[in-house]
Design a protein around this ligand. Sequence first.
Ligand SMILES: Cc1ncc(COP(=O)(O)O)c(C=O)c1O
Length: 410
Amino acid sequence: MNRIENRPSFCLLNGKLPQEIFSVLPTPCYIIEEAGLQKNGEILSSIIRNTGCKILLAQKAFSNYDFYPLLSDYLSGTEASGLFEARLGAEKMPKKEVHVFCAAYREKEFDELLTYADHIVFNSPGQLKRFGPKAKEIGKSIGLRINPQCSTQEGHAIYDPCAPTSRLGTTREIWDMQMTEELVELLDGLHFHTLCEQDADALQLTLHAVEEQFADILPRMKWLNMGGGHHITREGYDIPLLEKLIIGVQNQWNVEVYLEPGEAVALNAGYLAARVLDIVQNHDTKIAILDVSAACHMPDVIEMPYTPPLYGEISEKEGAYSYILAGPTCLAGDVIGRYCFEQPLQIGDMILFGDMAIYSTCKNNTFNGMSLPNIWKRGTDGKLEQLTDFGYQDFSMRLGRRKSDISKKN
Ligand SMILES: Cc1ncc(COP(=O)(O)O)c(C=O)c1O
């Protein structure tokens, strides 16, 4: 843990050791870096300036609303996956656009949804027929998600909306069978989301498929939303190609272009700090049990799966101290990964995982009665501020009757 880290996940520490900065924080905790969000925001807003497109925050990836005032300086608005995210976007990033896409809307939520969202994207001609006229009547901008059936990611079906049997988006075949002229008339735009952590070359391929399949429809549209999955703020991402593609689409089809990245907004803008609780051994393998859980606090590690960057890890070599880092839950598979260190780990050591602002705080859970790590902000001035105060109530309130409900009944 004594090496100076300059990987993108840790470069905002400016060469300081995590202990120097974070040792005062009770672990586990997430720390979100304002400077990281600013850095990403500047890249995204320069694309908006250079092309005239609009970029929304996909809240499914990052919805720590204490940072929305900062992000709203850079972004055009928020994208939601349903009622609650739409409300969060409308309330916490006011005066900005609120877009929503959901695979299927519920009748009982739709009226309230209309009070928050200004762009509503449907997944199927059936949903468009059911809810579209009402939304259109009160002036909402209406879209349909299409599935261009252009897979650009291999061996990653869980994150590929173009995988065979995908339920996400309307294929041209289904469009031809189910889209009446009346339904097409309702539409202001088309939406596609097909990428995951990809570069602009994958977007280029996808756009080609979209333009080929929907060339007769695009001239009738006011906007084209190209979804998320654009890893724009990753080092080496081909921004000039992205800008060329956006400008090309605007000129060719006379549409307004939207992007709705999640990861790119908060990439490398946060950490998850943990401590070593115990070190156990099975044959030759040493396993450090931490006070964070992959299953509860970084579920993508298991779901995707991937091994998160860790401060001070070294590559495997002779003499390196190798450990499996794992969570304290009962799940045998609650394993974060195998890591090597220069020095042996000790009980109480601080461990810092990188790139933990995305798909973490908005996706965690309290399985096994694990507590939710508190969320801290590290301001651009380096000051730490605690944003949450999670405790037993946050675990128990989701599992049964709340005190207030009981007293109402009695
Ligand atoms: C419809 C839609 N838009 C945007 C996103 C954001 O994707 P990312 O966080 O990979 O940029 C997703 C992610 O699943 C999505 O499903």
